[in-house]
Ligand binder design. Structure first.
Ligand SMILES: Cc1cc2nc3c(=O)[nH]c(=O)nc-3n(C[C@H](O)[C@H](O)[C@H](O)COP(=O)(O)OP(=O)(O)OC[C@H]3O[C@@H](n4cnc5c(N)ncnc54)[C@H](O)[C@@H]3O)c2cc1C
Length: 265
């Protein structure tokens, strides 16, 4: 039996995303929100562990109360419990403050495995998972495409997806693992799951609750965020390419000449 925690993020549908030109923060108002697609793979990993060994899955998020909808999706998929850390004090957190805040709650519950998505489709840093592991003082492995648990040796063997293959890592648990798309197609929620989700209450945790659990409010939200965004700008436009038209032989020799002149060949 394992206790598995799955931190998930509700994200704006990126096709509708805009930036505030003054604060450089994402404008979330009026933008439809969805469960971060990468977190479905983390949920899938958790569900497979539960199917193989039994146990409990806790889905957790830090965000505004509207993020309960993403947690409901996790409950419909098969999570047993859902927790939202929600308070004005957590607003405008960077990845460091987000990971810290999550760590305060998670440190206070039993866990063997923490599965996160590879990255969020809006922030896209991929930092929250590894930072969370650091705050909890546990190992982490990223980009998992296969996870084998050996309960006798209390260790896990993980295949990590690389660009041109994979490597194999072993580690003891408790551990945090970020799950790659190559892990396998995540399942869809069932109708029964949605009915169960509607009946399962979602636990709301405030900043005061986290303080009682040992959290330091200095590290919550904006004031706990060491990141500063001085400027957001689109990447510079690429200069136009050169096309040599006409006879292919001539065009190729012109191309070779141009490359020679630039010292590229
Ligand atoms: C100065 C500054 C101010 C910011 N202000 C805001 C703000 O006001 N509102 C806001 O929403 N964002 C804000 N952000 C962005 C915020 O820091 C990130 O959205 C957040 O920390 C997650 O980072 P990410 O999106 O890169 O996630 P990644 O690190 O790419 O996510 C990886 C995985 O971590 C987990 N995860 C990520 N975020 C959460 C979460 N919140 N709860 C549970 N699990 C999670 C998921 O499993 C996810 O797949 C701000 C960032 C900065 C730098």
């Amino acid at each position: 039996m394992f206790n598995v925690v799955v931190p998930i993020k509700q994200v704006p549908d990126v096709t509708e995303l805009r930036l505030d030109p003054v604060t450089h923060a994402l404008i979330r108002e009026g933008v439809p929100s969805i469960l971060n697609p990468y977190d479905r793979y983390a949920m899938e990993a958790a569900l497979r562990v539960k199917e193989s060994f039994g146990g409990k899955i806790t889905a957790i998020t830090m965000g505004p109360l509207q993020a309960k909808k993403a947690l409901q999706e996790c409950l419909a998929l098969g999570a047993d419990e859902a927790v939202i850390l929600s308070d004005r004090a957590f607003a405008a957190a960077d990845t460091w403050a987000t990971a810290y805040t999550l760590s305060v709650y998670i440190r206070n519950i039993p866990f063997d495995f923490i599965f996160t998505g590879l990255k969020a489709i809006d922030g896209e840093t991929g930092q929250v998972g590894p930072q969370l592991a650091e705050f909890l003082g546990i190992p982490h492995i990223t980009y998992a495409r296969k996870i084998d648990i050996d309960p006798d040796k209390k260790k896990v063997t993980v295949e990590r997806q690389l660009e041109n293959g994979y490597d194999v890592w072993e580690a003891p648990y408790p551990i945090l693992i970020t799950v790659a798309r190559e892990f396998g197609e995540p399942r869809a929620p069932t109708l029964q799951g949605y009915v169960r989700a509607k009946k399962t209450p979602i636990k709301v945790v405030s900043a005061t609750d986290l303080e009682r659990m040992g959290g330091n409010p200095k590290f919550f939200g904006l004031k706990g965020s060491p990141t500063f965004i001085p400027k957001v700008h689109p990447p510079p436009a690429r200069p136009p390419g050169t096309i040599w038209e006409g006879d292919p032989k001539e065009a190729v020799s012109k191309l070779v000449q141009a490359l020679l002149e630039k010292g590229l060949i």
